[in-house]
Every structure is written in C-alpha cells, then in structure tokens.
Design a protein around this ligand. Sequence first.
Ligand code: PGA
Length: 251
Amino acid sequence: MRQPLVAGNWKMNGSRASVGELLVGLKAGIGQVTTAEVAVCAPAVFIPAVQAELDGSPIKWGGQDVSVHASGAYTGETAASMLSDFGCHYVIIGHSERRAYHGETDQVVAEKFAAARAAGLVPILCVGETLDEREQGITEDVVGRQLDAVVAHCGIDTVGSGVIAYEPVWAIGTGKTASPQQAQDVHAFIRGRLAAADPAVADGIRVLYGGSMNPKNAAELIAQPDIDGGLIGGASLKADDFLAVCSAANR
Ligand code: PGA
C-alpha cells in the first residue's frame, strides 16, 4: 500500500517572519492530524531556516528546482548536492511554471531528475497539460511524452525512486480543480504508461494531484484509487489549510 504524500509548494512566497510563523504552526499541528508523509518545498534562500525549524520533526523539506550541473560557473543556480547538504529530502522537477517561464524542455527536466537522484534527492516530477491541450483532446499525448522523456533518459528504475505529480496547468492557482474523475483518469493513464515499462514500479510509485487542491476538495480527490496525495500551492501557505489537507490524506 502506498503511503500518501502531501507536499507544499510555497513557490516564490514568504518572508523570514511569515515562514517562521508557518513552520511553527505546522510543527505544532502535524503530530495529531495525519498518517500521510508531509513535506514543504521552499524557496532556496529559506531552506536553512526550514531545516533549523523542522529538523527532528516528522515534516520533511525540499527545494523547488535544481541545476542540471553538479557545480561550477552557473551563476544563480542551485546544485542538488547543496540541497542535500541542507537536509532536503525532495525537490520539485519540471513544474509547469518552470517549463513555461524558464523554457525547460522535456530533456532539461529529465537531466534535472537525474541530477537530483545522483545527489540522493527524491524528485517530484510534475507533468500536466494546458487548457488548450485538454480542449484539443491531447492530454494523454502530452503527459505521456513528458513521462517518456524522463524514463528514456534515467531508466524506469530511477523513475521509480521518485514521485510523480499530475498538475493540469489550467487548474494551477486558478481555483479550478480537476474533478476527481478527470484527475483519476489521468492518474490511471500515468500508472498504465509506467506499467508498460515495469508493472512493479507503476504499482509502487506515488502519483500526487496538484492544482487548486484545498481543504474542501482534498478528501474526495485523494480517495481516488490512483491519487496518492497532493502537491499544494496556495493552500500550503497557511498552516491551518495545509494541516487540513494533510488530515484529508489519512488512510
Ligand atoms: P495551487 O498550485 O495549489 O496553488 O494550484 C499547485 C502547484 O502549482 O504545485
């Protein structure tokens, strides 16, 4: 049985003060609310503070992006080894905002996945279609292509040591959530696609849903057979909301 994972994606939000307050709230509340695994993915500059606050707590932490390079003359980049050095367990890879605003191709995303694994991080690989792609009826083509690129570059076993997040781009930050059935359909497709390469990997890997998941809709989404938790943006910035999503992921 797959243990659900609820991961917060803070994106480019927060200040020293607000992050401190959020972490204290999460730490205080987490013990009682969930049997799910819980993590927060923070802007790189906050990671030392996150580590200082969460070390020894059940909450894991991670980054939101990583360089394809191990080290060197790459101004502005963060190496996977640096995230590991500050206790990160996870790193988000290929978020649609990185693909859209920073030109990350499927190939770059696959290289980032490999770089993260090489440093011992667990990548959370984001895949998902735009509204235009959904309306054209090519959701499975897009998601399949995004997955295949990483499997081809890293191998199915390496992919199996990560986490997948299905995030329909049209549902991110818009308040429009995929219906539980719409999400389940794509999650089942993702598992089927991986099963063609290795059924055991497909069975074991966690596939999270992301896109306007909140305390009101989380339980119904996570109840779907192929949805193993959530990647939470807006609702991860308030301790009460995030804890409520975590509690909806109890199994
Ligand atoms: P949202 O973001 O929950 O604010 O829609 C999710 C994400 O982009 O990971």
